[in-house]
Design a protein around this ligand. Sequence first.
Ligand code: UD1
Ligand code: CA
Length: 483
Amino acid sequence: MSATPPAAVVILAAGEGTRMKSATPKVLHEICGRSLVGHVVAAARELGPRELVVVVGHAREKVTEHLAGVDPSIRTAVQEEQNGTGHAVRMGLEALGADAVEGTVVVVCGDTPLLTGATLQALAATHAADGNAVTVLSAEVPDATGYGRIVRDAATDAVTAIVEHKDASEAQRAIREINSGVFAFDGRLLVEALGRVRTDNSQGEEYLTDVLGILREAGHRVGASVAADHREIAGINNRVQLSEARASLNARLLRDAMLAGVTVVDPATTLVDCTVTFEQDALVHPGTQLLGATHLATGAEVGPNTRLTDTVVRAGARVDNTVALGAEVGEGASVGPFAYLRPGTRLGAKAKIGTYVETKNASIGEGTKVPHLSYVGDATIGEYTNIGAASVFVNYDGQDKHHTTVGSHCKTGSDNMFVAPVTIGDGAYTAAGSVITKDVPAGALAVARGQQRNIEGWVARKRPGSAAAQAAESSSERTSGQE
Ligand code: UD1
Ligand code: CA
């Protein structure tokens, strides 16, 4: 089905998007981890065009800067004033130059993030197979209000024109087949026809849609390719539509994952970015957000109530009620519930990060456990070491961050402070409650805490008559009675 790649794709993104009521330009709003225009660029890329140009106007500095980040090979053309879609395409083609129109030119709008590469390919294929001068991607919609209507010849059913809602007659407004705003054109004929587009319409603009009638009157073939799913061509104008598009794309991404062998227990409460990847038999529990370059390997089990950003969860690992960012969870490792893995966390195979544990820039070896209530920052820990409950890697002296190294097969006591920079040798032990400020040699036991002293009878002397004193007295009576 794949047709010859188009000469150029022109993406229209100069409009203001006032109905978003936002300081952010409309096409830079995001769904599923990508800007609206970023989604359109990705779909357009699937056509493999020789040139790709985005027409920018409103907030063009921001939009241009964003596009450079998306893909530095994207060209931009400036439309100073928004004189209509026909004018915008003209600006785009002028920026590309004459060679760019030798072949098919595809035009899409920058605010239709649900449009797929497959639909664009189907449009290009119909366009080539039918030998059309222009092929419009149309769709049957339940409510056509605001859209340009596809007018067909009553006898032959051939497309004759597109009439804008504002310019349409009562009879034309009853038409449910609408213009999606996506077209494939013969490039050279498009340039010619654009030169003849007038502005005598209700909006005083150069309508791209007029090109259709102009080409037909000049005796060229004009056709339509009807989109299989009208929801795909939905343009975003306000934040209600933005959320609907997000839900729709999210459902599509999860459906693809499920069909590829991922269990998603509750798609309704699972959010996923389009950049997330899965292997077969990954399992996602409810209330989970998978964002950025997150990857779940086979048998990985994530959630409930977990947010993973740019995080890799290797085969068979378990991540429960956790927030992780830029982390790597090793094969068969276990994290949470209630853990916070920050950037640079690397957990080895079968490692364990337990409840109320925060890690950052920490390499934690195979089989090593940090089970309870701890902060591990700027650290390297070897294999099969156990970090006692309530330990803090004291990495910050108020000015600089310092590193702590703990060896393999160590057992550190509960409530330890490791004051960095400090190194604990392999197989070493540390006593509970220690503040470790000096290196501990391999195999040593480090004790760094005050010695306990019991002052007998202190409560009776200093808190006479108190409940504590009475409890102490009856306790000593009981023990002396037993003797
Ligand atoms: C347009 C079509 C309409 C179609 C609808 C589909 C025309 C005249 N009308 O109407 O037939 O049903 O899209 O959504 O083409 N833009 C520019 N520069 C401009 C004007 C628009 O870059 O001067 C861009 C906008 O940023 C937007 C796209 O073109 O991405 C469509 O413009 P918009 O004003 O939304 O057109 P509609 O009135 O919706
Ligand atoms: Ca629109």
